[in-house]
Design a protein around this ligand. Structure first.
Ligand code: ADE
Length: 344
């Protein structure tokens, strides 16, 4: 177990807070969720930002807020439409859980995002990161919000060599933040550390000369920025090979819907069979698509066919297809087939 007293010996906590907050207020990026800040907008942005880069999130966030400006608007919407506004962001269980959670907030808490930790953390899909991020950024409560950026900054600042790939390591950084954070400025503290990790204390080639907390940084003093954080490689991804069938009849294209749970639940796609398991293919090869998920890699060969195996299909015109939610892998197949679908 890390010796917290030791790492804070001779460490100037006040200096860290002052330098960080001054820098953040001067340098923070102009991001849409930093305008018209309210707990609902903070919550949506933090869910989108988990696993997805800021640049990718910005247009999604703006479209989402235009369509669902209040928590009541989101709660009242049909699930299919909500998922459609997430199309392309991946990790779709995030948006299904968020939708269920805001419905509970409207039904149970009169549409007010609860600021009591015991209530907020019980909502669907809400884990320790979302709890800390929303309670601190929206309500200025002194809660840690530890994501990858925060672990990188802190591991370098204090010379912490715990493996950040292990789930239990987050708790170590929770403790560090609880000792370090100025409790009166929790919102700017957490966003400031995230911002520092995103813009200065980057994974590769950190810009230490621009860093406001360089003076007390262990990694800088010991020239070990490239060694920290320690992150063991995750296990190799599983490779899955599929054949997809593109079949057009009288202006309509054959689709199937994925099962209600599991990967890409409920999304629409061309008929897909695991390679080697379907009937002998009799079609024209159109090319291959590669799609990388967090633990799986798909290689999909696309064939244009005249007839399909005996199964249930739904036939969509291009306009009907546009209303459906499809995965990024399916969008890649459509590009290959030359029938690009519209996203919102
Ligand atoms: N990453 C996660 N949350 C963020 C935020 N509020 N601002 C910038 N980057 C973030």
């Amino acid at each position: 177990m890390l010796d917290f007293d030791k790492i804070f010996t001779n460490y100037n906590i006040n200096d860290f807070n002052e330098n960080l907050l001054t820098w953040f207020n001067r340098e923070k990026r102009d991001l849409p969720w930093r305008h018209a800040k309210n707990p609902y907008r903070v919550w949506v942005s933090e869910v989108m930002l988990q696993q997805t880069r800021v640049d990718t999130v910005i247009p999604y966030f703006n479209r989402f807020m235009e369509r669902f400006p209040t928590i009541e608007d989101l709660a009242a919407a049909e699930s299919d439409e909500v998922v459609k506004y997430w199309e392309g962001l991946g990790y779709y269980s995030r948006v299904r859980n968020l939708h269920e959670a805001v419905q509970e907030v409207v039904a149970t808490y009169d549409g007010i995002v609860p600021e009591e930790k015991e209530k907020f953390e019980k909502l669907k899909g809400v884990g320790p990161y979302t709890t800390g991020a929303v309670l601190s950024i929206a309500y200025n409560q002194p809660e840690p919000a530890v994501d990858g950026n925060v672990m990188r900054v802190m591991s370098r600042q204090f010379g912490i060599y715990e493996d950040i790939a292990l789930p239990k390591t987050r708790k170590v950084f929770d403790q560090v933040i609880r000792r370090l954070m100025d409790p009166n400025h929790a919102s700017d503290f957490n966003e400031g550390v995230m911002e520092l990790g995103a813009t200065v204390c980057t994974p590769k080639n950190p810009m230490c000369s621009l860093c406001p907390v360089q003076d007390d940084c262990y990694a800088y003093a010991h020239h070990v920025q490239d060694e920290l954080p320690v992150k063991t490689k995750k296990g190799a991804s599983r490779v899955e090979m599929y054949d997809a069938l593109y079949c057009e009849k009288e202006g309509k294209i054959a689709f199937i819907q994925r099962p209600d749970n599991g990967l890409l639940a409920g999304m629409w796609q061309y008929p897909l069979t695991e390679r080697g398991t379907g009937e002998q293919l009799n079609g024209t090869y159109m090319g291959q698509v590669k799609h990388v998920f967090s633990h799986i890699i798909w290689y999909i060969d696309l064939y244009q066919v005249e007839t399909l195996p005996e199964e249930e299909y739904v036939w969509f015109t291009p306009t009907e297809r546009e209303e459906k939610t499809v995965s990024v892998a399916q969008q890649k197949l459509e590009r290959l087939a030359g029938v690009e679908g519209e996203t919102i």
